[in-house]
Write a protein of this length. Structure first.
Length: 74
C-alpha cells in the first residue's frame, strides 16, 4: 500500500510521531513485512510517501479494514 500525505507546515514532527506509532502497531499484524517512509526534501513541500508491505493481498486487505487503521485515521 502506498500512501501520500501533504502535512501542514509546522506539523511535521506531530505527523512523524503519529506515523511511527502506526507503523509500530501495524508491525504486529499478520503478514506485515515492513514500511518505508520517504520524507520531503529540505525546502520542498511537506509531502510524505509511505509504503506498507504485507506478504499477500489478503493480509493487506485485513490491515486496510482493521480497527487499528480506522482508529489511526480518525
Amino acid at each position: 500500500m502506498v500512501v501520500t500525505r501533504r502535512v501542514r507546515a509546522g506539523h511535521e514532527s506531530t505527523y512523524e510521531a503519529w506515523l511511527e506509532r502506526l507503523i509500530h502497531e501495524a508491525s504486529s499484524m499478520r503478514g506485515f513485512v515492513g514500511a518505508k517512509v520517504q520524507r520531503p526534501a529540505e525546502g520542498a513541500a511537506p509531502v510524505y510517501t509511505s509504503v506498507f508491505r504485507f506478504d499477500n493481498v489478503e493480509n493487506l486487505r485485513a490491515f486496510e479494514a482493521s480497527d487499528l487503521r480506522r482508529r489511526a485515521l480518525a
